[in-house]
Design a protein around this ligand. Sequence first.
Ligand SMILES: [Zn+2]
Ligand SMILES: [Zn+2]
Length: 108
Amino acid sequence: MSESESEDEIDLAVEQSIEDLKVRASKSAIDGLKRRKYFYEGGGDSLAKSKTSTAADCVVCMDVFEDGTGVTYIPCSHFFHEGCLVRWLQESNSCPLCRFQISSTRTD
Ligand SMILES: [Zn+2]
Ligand SMILES: [Zn+2]
């Protein structure tokens, strides 16, 4: 009757992988992110014109960044509203756009 034992092991493994998904970014990692003011570089020179892109928006709240808004950069070069990113990183340790992993609270 060792079957129930191996079932327990599987349950444990599933629980472990769920835990891994819930890993959050560490506070020091969030504190260490670069913060800047966003300015839309839409006017003027030919380089900007060739992109013809609209102002970027924050994928967390879907709002466009307004000039002078405080944004926080992740090392993958994506950026978000400071408040949106902090909230996001309290649930997840990866970039909302490309899943770039930021340092987690785990120390192992
Ligand atoms: Zn936002
Ligand atoms: Zn990214």
